[in-house]
Design a protein around this ligand. Sequence first.
Ligand SMILES: Nc1ncnc2c1ncn2[C@@H]1O[C@H](COP(=O)(O)OP(=O)(O)OP(=O)(O)O)[C@@H](O)[C@H]1O
Length: 344
Amino acid sequence: MNDFTSKQITLSADNLSIGYSKDNNILAVADGLSFRLERGKLTCLMGPNGVGKSTLIKTIMRQTPVLKGEIILNGIPIINVPLKELSKKISVVLTDKVSTGNLTAEQLISLGRIPHTAWLGNLSNRDEAIMERAIELTKTDYIRSKRLSELSDGQLQKVMIARALCQDGEILILDEPTAHLDLVNRYEIMHLLKEIALKEQKAVLVVTHDLDIAIDTADTFWLMQCGFPLESGTPEDLILQGKLNRLLPEGHLVFDAQNGKVQESKVMVFPEIKGDPIAVKWVQNALKKTGQDFSKSNLEIEIKSEPFQILLKEEKNIFYFSTIGELIQHLIQDHKVSLEENRH
Ligand SMILES: Nc1ncnc2c1ncn2[C@@H]1O[C@H](COP(=O)(O)OP(=O)(O)OP(=O)(O)O)[C@@H](O)[C@H]1O
């Protein structure tokens, strides 16, 4: 590791085991976890449900003891860092809804300064400046006077991020920050986190299941999968190494490196389709969902543009459709008829 990289690392572990212990019974959730969390980078922690992502975060926050190994924060074992110091260094945004609906957004954001001030202590000029910076970065100025109960889920998530930024730790950890959000807000939040990592030089660790958006925004992926060590690297390297498939159960789904999407592993045989490649792709997409087997069909499809029209050659007949929906409706009806014929 070069000197620059080692200076960028805030949090690290080698061969860590995490889990729970109760009444002398140990439930190991994951073993052999090694990682390096870097400043200035957005790292996405991904893995199937139940693999131990939240447990890893709880362990980093010292809410759950380490089973084996140690986590190092800036060269010091985390176990030796007093909890108050830890809360100044690591800010966490969890998925739980806040129950303080009567507070205004601004009041909630200011609570982020608590590790640095006394409980409800007055904010110093520095505290105020940090708070204004957090509001500016998260673009929450227009809702600062609103009560939390009046905010949408997307607005509330930005306010929660602003509060975490107000804590001004060097590490920001978020557990599924986009879980209840629509597509636009998912993109906005992940781009905001990327911006925070870069502009504020924070180490941002996000647990997410949003593979598409994570590929577009993350600098680093940490992949957790039962029975495998934690795998880390740029999303692009992990894609080329075929490792994203580890996020998927073995069987009918694969990550297709060609189009960057998860899709069914079964190779579908389509009828011959001529025309604009984008239109061909979406006709194929619709054909896939009919559940029909086209491998032995002698259908031919041609897609014309301006005006958009689909020609279907079936035996000696030619049918014309003005939408993909009409084509599919026809094929489904046809399929029903052929099934009926087979039955008689
Ligand atoms: N307090 C606890 N005591 C004992 N076992 C727990 C506790 N919390 C979680 N577990 C177990 O630990 C395992 C990992 O759970 P965890 O919540 O870390 O998974 P996850 O990867 O975050 O899942 P998801 O993607 O569904 O959020 C699960 O089998 C879960 O049942």
